[in-house]
Design a protein around this ligand. Structure first.
Ligand code: IDP
Ligand code: MG
Length: 134
């Protein structure tokens, strides 16, 4: 069984969309194996988004991601990494399609409600980062 790390970002909780998003995950057939509320800080975000630290918008991402609690989850099921990326939708707003979580609820590239690991390797690192270490 494959597992992936999903994070409901602060806007998902502020907009009271957690229930709807979790329903979509369960409707796909996946199991919420573990979950925890976290408050992220810049240090963990520099790690989690290490591929973006040099981007001009990185300070905005930090401000967004520390603006409230997040809900980190371990989601399990067949092809969970790719399957979750499919229901999450594309990264960039111009590529997002309706029917995905981002396509149906987000209205820009940055505040896009949900994180999902992009590979099995990232999933294991992120589960370690958000569940084992803290
Ligand atoms: P992903 O979340 O689809 O895996 P990444 O490229 O890993 O996309 O980017 C991480 C997060 O950083 C995105 O989910 C989004 O919140 C933010 N982000 C990525 N690219 C941009 C951008 O061009 N402008 C503003 N925010 C961005
Ligand atoms: Mg990513």
């Amino acid at each position: 069984m494959e597992r992936t790390c999903i994070i409901l970002k602060p806007d998902a909780l502020k907009r009271r969309l957690a229930g709807k998003i979790i329903s979509r995950i369960e409707d796909k057939g996946y199991i919420i194996a573990d979950a925890r509320m976290l408050r992220l800080d810049e240090a963990i975000l520099r790690e989690h988004y290490s591929h973006l630290v040099d981007k001009p918008f990185f300070p905005d991402i930090v401000a967004y991601m520390v603006s409230g609690p997040v809900l980190a989850m371990i989601v399990e099921g067949e092809n969970a990494v790719l399957g979750m990326r499919q229901i999450i939708g594309a990264t960039h707003f111009e590529d997002v399609t309706a029917g995905t979580i981002r396509g149906d609820y987000a209205f820009n590239t940055e505040q896009n409600l949900i994180h999902g690991s992009d590979s099995k390797e990232s999933a294991e690192l992120e589960i370690e980062r958000f569940f084992a270490r803290r």
